[in-house]
Design a protein around this ligand. Structure first.
Ligand code: CA
Length: 234
């Protein structure tokens, strides 16, 4: 009924690079998995979905290019973005075909990375569109597009603030399950948050009003002392 969050796999062993990267992608609304070795990444891909993989070349256990090739050999069809500090090697690497879709040299700006990730997701989604996206099967109802950060109800746009959008995206990703206040606060606001969650309640309140005004039948239900749950109406 609704699109799910895009799954992004980050394979990077340096925490200083991985942390801000993962956090930025989560804020963008992606479901991010972070792994720090090539072997873990390959075994992850065997049993999990990853729409795109952001892959460091200098991993502790394997060369990123071997990870890339092994992933393709294993049937992985998602997008692959190679990230490398070996700037001098980039030209050579691009020339060889390891099955990657995009390349970015370190250090990179997070804004550039976000733009590249969006573009790569669009391309890999278009590539796999022989099987229609779940979001394309329903032309009416509540629809969220993570990539463009737009929410529509029966094709009319529902204008949300950035925080309202992030809260809704998280609730939709966990539809019919409770999302704790802590998770909402840490993923939407700040991972080092502590203190009052009044701002969360205010945001939820405004989000509810906007959804109701737009005629959305799904409801944001408060679970006392725990968190919130998005329930399908009717
Ligand atoms: Ca590295």
């Amino acid at each position: 009924m609704l699109s799910v969050m895009a799954q992004v796999l980050v394979v990077e062993d340096e925490e200083d690079i991985a942390f801000p990267l993962v956090r930025t992608l989560q804020r963008e609304g992606y479901d991010v998995t972070w792994l720090d070795s090539g072997r873990e990444a390959l075994s992850h891909l065997q049993s999990n979905v990853a729409d795109i993989m952001i892959l460091d070349l200098g991993l502790p256990d394997m060369d990123g290019l071997d990870v890339c090739r092994a992933a393709r050999d294993g049937g992985y069809e998602g997008g692959i973005m190679i990230v490398t500090a070996r700037a001098g090697e980039l030209d050579r690497v691009v020339g060889l075909d390891f099955g990657a879709d995009d390349y970015l040299s370190k250090p990179f700006g997070l804004a550039e990375l976000q733009a590249r990730v969006r573009a790569l997701l669009r391309r890999s989604q278009a590539r796999s569109s022989k099987t229609p996206e779940p979001e394309e099967q329903t032309s009416v109802g509540l629809h969220i597009d993570i990539g463009s950060r737009r929410v529509t109800m029966d094709e009319a746009e529902v204008a949300l603030t950035a925080k309202e959008f992030d809260v809704l995206a998280l609730l939709i990703a966990h539809r019919d399950k409770v999302v704790s206040r802590e998770q909402l606060m840490s993923e939407v606001w700040d991972e080092n948050w502590f203190g009052s969650t009044k701002t969360l309640d205010v945001t939820i309140g405004r989000l509810r009003n906007k959804l109701e005004e737009a005629g959305v039948s799904d409801r944001v239900v408060a679970i006392r002392g725990v968190g919130f749950r998005l329930e399908s109406g009717e």
